[in-house]
Write a protein that binds this ligand. Sequence first.
Ligand SMILES: [Zn+2]
Length: 416
Amino acid sequence: MPYRKNPQLVQLWGARACIQWKCKLALLLAIANCGFILACGPGKTATVDRPKNSPMKLKQSIPSLEETSISASGKYRGKVPRGSEAYKALQPNYNPDIVFKDEKHGDSRRMTKNCKVKLNELARLVKKKWGSEGVKLRVISAYDIDDVNIRRHGKTSLHHEGRAVDLTTSDRDKEKYPILGSMARDAGFNWVLYATKGYIHASVKADDDADYRKAGCFPETAAVHLEGGATKTMKDLQIGDRVASMDSHGKIVYSKVLTFLDIKRNSTNEYITIQTENPAAKLTITESHLIYQLNKQSLRETALFARDLRVGNFVYVRQGSTLEKFTAGRVAAIARSQGKGVYAPLTEEGNIVVDNVLCSCYAVFSDAQVAHYSFAPLRFAEWLFPGIASHNTSGVHWYANLLHNLYATLHYVSGL
Ligand SMILES: [Zn+2]
C-alpha cells in the first residue's frame, strides 16, 4: 500500500545542493524504472471488448459503436484547414519503423499528438510480431481533407482532423490485416474498423479529450470526507485540505491534498457509477481510474481499473460517517453515467476515500504503488518548497504531463 514519508530521511541529506541533486536523481530513477503511463484512458491497456489477439472480421468495428460516439473516438469537430492553428498543432511522424505513402503535402505523416503516440505503439507491436520478416507498419492515409478522397473517408471523417489513419503492412499481405486491426486496438486506438480487405481504419480521441483521460477521475459532485465527519464536494475541495484516505496499516488517516492532477470545471464527461451493498455506497469515477479490489480470502487488495471491476467483487467502503474503519462492500451494480467536471486530487498517501469508497489517486497502467513512487519526487519537492506542486487551474498537471510525455518518448526510443 501507499508510500509513507520518512522524516529522518532528510536529516541525512544536509546540503541543499545535495537535496536538489538527489531530487533529480529520484525523478530519473522513478521514470527509468517504471513502465507506466499516467493515463486514465487508452494506451496499451488490455481491452475487455474481445479476447486479446483475436483477429477482426471483415466490416467489424471495435468497439461495436459509432466511431464518433463518446465511448469510441468522440464527436467529429470539422475540417482542419491547411494553415490554421489546429493544422499547425498536427505533428509529422518520422518514425523509421513506419512506411508512409508518399503524398505531395506529406499529409500521410501528419496527425494529432494522441494519434502519433498510438501509431508509434502499433509500429512497435508490428515490429515485434513481423519484424523478423522485415515487415513494417504502413500508413496509406492520415490527415486528409482532399475532396478526391471523400468517397473513401466520408463527408465527416476523422481524417479531416488528423486523428484517423488507414493502415496496411509494408508487404501488403492481406492475410495479416485481421490481426493488424486487433493490434491497433491493443495499441490504444479508440475505434478500429476492418473496413475492406484492403486496409484497416483506426482513429483516436481528440488530444484535449484524451488529456482528460490522462488524469481525470471524479465529477464535481463526488464527496470527500474531512476529519470530524464533515464532507466536501470535489468542486469545493482545496489544496491543503485533509481528506480521508488509508495509511500503510489499512487505517483511515486524513491526508493532505497536495495538488490536482487535473481539473476541468465546465466539461461533461463519461463516468461509471459503482454501487455497493452491505454497506451501501455509490461511487462515480472514470472507467480507467484505479480502484482497490479486496480479496476476502487472502485479505489482500489489488489495484485495478474501475472498468474491470465486476458485480460480486469487493471494495473498501468506509462504514458510516463517524465509524473510522473500512469494511468490504460487495459491488452490486455498475452502470455508465455522465457527470459534470473532472477533478483528480493527489493526496500525500496516494489514495483517497470518495463517496465512502477507497480509490487510488492515480490512473496508470496497472500498478498504483509504482505510480505512487513515480510521484515521490513531486511530493518531496513539495515538502522542500511548499506550494511548488500546486495546480488548481484548468488542465492536466505539468508533472503528470511530463511523466506521460517522457514515457511516450522513452517507450519509443528504447523500442521496448
Ligand atoms: Zn480511414
